[in-house]
Design a protein around this ligand. Structure first.
Ligand code: IPT
Length: 952
């Protein structure tokens, strides 16, 4: 016996739906009337698909007591139900195409009148740009169809149903459907009508679908334009004097489009009933000599994976937020974006055309959860699902085909392999031969035009670059990209510069896309930003959803600042001694005429003179040696350096004049190391020992004060609050040091006091630092000397026992009772770590203690400043021999380690300062490889010194 009515069978039907119009090119606005149906809608959420009947769709239904919801939006972010985060696990039993009985269903209702000026003739369509995951639609009580494919547009013909006043648009949205099996992307599950709803007038003779073909011949400098249109008409491009019929080709001299100089020509497609604006970019994409070339040139992707995200609105992004993403990307030297893992709001692609970004447009497809059952029953290898896959491919390609920025069509992400993918690739190749097909899961490149991988380590990337990776014959003929690499979860990624070096060295390596753009944290009243598990989910993947280069509020993280430096389009190297700077243009297309160069000269980190530098407008790949001016007057004995910067010469669409694009620094005179002649000796007094400006505990030899500034708990420190990349992912096969460190007990080191020795010129404290239950230890000697004015500490560390792991950090830490302002000479302004330090600029910096913190959504080690020569904090001046890593925070490392959200960190009275001789690298092991061996902080004998005095 069945209790189900046929009216709900569509939810578990593998078909894409029924009633929708064929997909077609998307455009924002034409001269045809349009009515946005965004805004406040009525909402009723039920626990199941059939708890309520569909009478709400009928005219006259009174929804007065329903809630209100904003469209575009997700109802779970507007107080109805909760978001769920899983990486690849389906949050429901895997039994395709079935979904749970508990299937939150949001009935949406909107009543609207037609505007006065709405023409009486012609038809109309209602367009949904994105609804998750399945919807049934009624207009004025008539069922007009149902659809799946959350991040794809669906249009329905409704002209015959419209009336001037009181139209009732009813949309029933189900959170789960057969379509959910195809949408297992690593992100929050967020049901709702999350993109625009628009009513479009369709005048008689209006435009249907059209395809702009705009190629560029880099040999002749000519572009060829042909606009194929389902409805005949004319195509005009005033700036090019083009006025041709649709379907007719025309070849004229043009400026080509590329991501660096994104020349767009405004045009128009005019049919009998409509004028549609066109923005045409001429470019030709080919595979040639095993390389992807645009307009005759092999390009290098400096990309990022972008999910649509807003901390309050989820995936319902407004235009300004999209623009902010594009501007941030351009200002950080990125040139490419993969729309992981679904087609974005179409307006985002308009922005990519306009500002210039290469795009991998990815289909709304991922079946990653089937990996749990060795990919059995994977929909992409089951013919019953192929129509749904082809529908998704067509909806993406047809919608987006007129964007010059799109280079690749991507079949989807993490969907295993199967016939359905092949069918998609075949269809796409047949429909659009002017672009290439991408899919990462196809390591043999059976269906694809590029060898693409994710998280391959440096060594493998190098093998691939050298073409020593083998593979199928077809693969060997193809270029290589990393569609995902460098996992930006928490503190990191490390190792970017090392990847970039490989990408630039081997032609076959055409760059990559960092995982990922933004942390998907959700604004939360108690937690700051919520992540997986914070909404009581049954299954979740914690903060794996916070792995972006920008924080949820779009503040750039240090990872983005590092990436900007690593991929800068101008290389500036110099030789301080002979006073020349070598400038190399690393753009693919642009010369350097848009940039102005500036030199400055620093003494002890402070700029004493600066001026402009004339650099020729080098073409891509060219290098010039440019003479620097005579260095400013002699600064004998001081550390001096040049800094040369490349700035935007004029305001551009994405950055103001003066915006720094690239820079280089090179030393002239080396730093004089601090020296303290040990002229004083320690004096034993009443319970304390004094030495120069310092007082020590007589029994333990612990430092108590320097020049009257109290100092608490100074001792060796090897622990850091492990980063997501230290901890690694549980499925990582590589060594996960964060886990090993904790198992070894490095977070609970004991300090055994062996001796306090007073000699004529030094106080020496001998200790052994080691964890309970283990034989490994660090014999640690603190040797204090003074010249009466200043106090020098030399720490000597000798590992004992069998150390099989590197150290998290090696240095000293201590507490200061009163400290806020910090000044330093060294790397800044932001944090740096051994394998993420290119962006650290040597200079004089200042901050508050709070300003030194990097707000990783899950608190962890952060905020170290590299190459610090000296720092002043809390009345103390500290000079290093050699330079050191400086960190200060208003909580202990233990508190930082224990915190799960930023709101767990409550400042105490004491400021804890770490002065490190070494830090372990960051790597990318929360999904990819750990730090390269050269960035490991090996447990080996070490000696380092600090000189303390009171700050001037
Ligand atoms: C890879 C996914 O493609 C991406 O969506 C994201 O989940 C990323 O990992 C991690 O944040 S898949 C991984 C198993 C290599």
């Amino acid at each position: 016996m069945s209790f189900r009515t046929t009216a709900v069978d569509y939810v578990e039907d593998v078909s894409p739906g029924s009633g929708a119009l064929p997909p077609r090119a998307w455009y924002a606005a034409s001269d045809a009337k349009a009515l946005s149906l965004n805004g406040s809608w009525r909402l009723r959420v039920s626990a199941t698909i059939d708890a309520e009947d569909d009478s709400f769709a009928e005219e006259g239904y009174d929804a007065g007591d329903w809630a209100e919801v904003q469209v575009p939006g997700h109802w779970v972010l507007q107080g109805h139900g909760s978001p769920i985060y899983t990486n690849h696990l389906y949050p429901f039993p895997v039994d395709p195409p079935h979904v749970p009985t508990e299937n939150p269903t949001g009935d949406h209702l909107r009543v609207f009148d037609l505007p006065e000026a709405w023409p009486a003739d012609g038809g109309a369509v209602v367009r949904f740009d994105g609804v998750e995951s399945c919807a049934r639609v009624w207009l004025n009580g008539t069922d007009i169809g149902e659809f799946k494919g959350s991040r794809l547009p669906h249009e329905f013909a409704v002209g015959h149903l419209l009336k001037p006043k009181g139209n009732v648009l009813a949309v029933r949205v189900h959170q789960w459907s057969a379509g959910s099996y195809l949408e297992d992307q690593d992100q929050w599950w967020l049901p709702g009508i999350f993109r625009d709803v628009t009513l479009l007038h369709r005048p008689a003779g209006s435009v249907l679908d059209f395809f702009v073909h705009a190629g560029y011949d880099h040999v002749t400098g000519e572009g060829t334009l042909r606009v194929d249109s389902d409805v005949d008409g004319r195509v005009t491009v005033p700036a090019l004097d083009i006025d041709v019929a649709t379907g007719e080709s025309v070849t004229v001299a043009v400026e080509p489009w590329n991501a660096e100089t994104p020349r767009l020509y405004d045009g128009e497609l005019v049919t009998e009933g409509e004028r549609v604006p066109l923005r045409i970019g001429f470019r030709t994409i080919v595979l040639e000599d095993g390389l992807l070339k645009v307009n005759g040139k092999a390009i290098l992707f400096k990309g990022v994976n972008r999910h649509e995200w807003h901390p309050e609105k989820g995936r319902a992004l407004d235009l300004e937020t999209m623009r902010e993403d594009v501007l941030l990307m351009k200002r950080h030297n990125l040139n490419a974006v993969r729309t992981s893992h679904y087609p974005p709001h179409p307006a985002f692609l308009d922005l990519c055309d306009e500002y210039g970004l290469w795009v991998i447009d990815e289909c709304d497809l991922e079946t990653h959860g089937f990996t749990e059952q060795d990919w059995r029953d994977n929909p992409v290898d089951d013919d019953r699902w192929t129509p749904a896959l082809l529908d998704r491919a067509a909806r993406m390609v047809e919608r987006d085909k007129n964007h010059p920025s799109i280079v690749f069509w991507s079949l989807g992400n993490e969907a295993g392999t199967g016939r359905g993918l092949t069918a998609m690739a075949e269809w796409i190749h047949g429909r659009d031969s002017s672009r290439l097909v991408h899919y990462e899961g196809d390591w043999n490149c059976r269906d694809t035009d590029v060898y693409s991988r994710m998280y391959a380590n440096h060594a493998e990337v190098e093998q691939i670059g050298k073409e020593l990776d083998g593979g199928t014959h077809k693969r060997r003929e193809l270029p290589f990209i990393q569609c995902e690499y460098a996992h930006a979860m928490g503190n990191g990624p490390g190792g970017l510069a090392d990847y970039q070096e490989l990408f630039e060295k081997h032609d076959r390596l055409q760059g990559g896309f960092i995982w990922e753009w933004i942390d998907h944290g959700i604004t939360h009243p108690e937690l700051g930003y919520a992540y997986g598990g914070d909404f009581g989910e049954e299954l979740h993947d914690g903060n794996f959803v916070c792995d972006g280069l920008i924080f949820p509020d779009r503040t750039p993280s240090p990872g983005l600042v590092e990436y900007k430096k690593v991929i800068e389009p101008v290389r500036i190297e110099g030789d301080g001694a002979d006073g020349t700077v070598r400038v190399t243009n690393k753009y693919d297309f642009a010369d350097l005429s848009a940039l102005a160069f500036e030199w400055s000269y620093q003494v002890e980190g402070e700029t004493v003179e600066s001026g402009s530098l004339s650099v020729p407008a080098l073409k891509p790949g060219e290098t010039a040696d440019v003479k620097l001016p005579e260095p400013p007057a002699d600064h004998r004995g001081a550390e001096t350096q040049w800094t040369v910067r490349a700035l935007l010469a004029q305001d551009t669409s994405w950055g103001p004049a003066g915006h720094v694009v690239a820079w280089g620094q090179f030393p002239v005179a080396a730093r004089p190391l601090p020296s303290v002649a040990p002229t004083e000796g320690p004096v034993r007094g009443e319970g304390q020992i004094t030495l120069g400006p310092a007082a020590f505990d007589a029994r333990t030899g612990a430092l108590r004060s320097v020049g009257g500034v109290p100092v608490e708990g100074m001792r060796l420190d090897v622990w850091r609050a492990t980063t997501d990349n230290d901890d690694g992912a549980e499925w990582q096969t590589d060594t996960r040091y964060g886990v090993l460190w904790r198992a070894l007990g490095l977070h609970r080191m004991q300090h055994r006091l062996d001796a306090v020795e007073l000699s004529d010129d030094a106080l020496t404290v001998r200790t052994r630092v080691s964890p309970a239950a283990r034989e490994v230890g660090l014999a640690t000697v603190y040797r204090w000397t003074s010249d009466g004015d200043r106090l020098k500490l030399t720490v000597s560390v000798a590992p004992e026992g069998d150390w099989t792991v590197p150290l998290p950090r090696l240095g000293i830490r201590f507490g200061l009772a009163e400290a806020d302002a910090v000044r330093w000479f060294g790397g800044g302004p932001g944090e740096a770590y051994p394998d993420s330090r290119l962006a650290s600029t040597v200079g004089r910096w200042q901050s508050t203690v709070d300003g030194l913190q990097t707000p990783y959504v899950r608190p962890q080690e952060n905020g170290a400043r590299a190459d610090v020569r000296w720092a002043e904090i809390g009345g103390l001046r500290i000079e290093g021999d050699p330079e050191f890593w400086f960190t200060a925070r208003r909580w202990t490392t233990e508190q930082l380690d224990a915190a799960t959200h930023l709101t767990d960190l409550t400042p105490g009275e004491t400021v804890w300062v770490n002065l490190d001789h070494g830090q372990h690298g960051l790597g990318s092991q929360s999904c990819g490889p750990g730090p390269l061996p050269q960035y490991h902080l090996k447990a080996e004998p070490a000696q380092f010194s600090f000189v303390f005095s009171t700050a001037r």
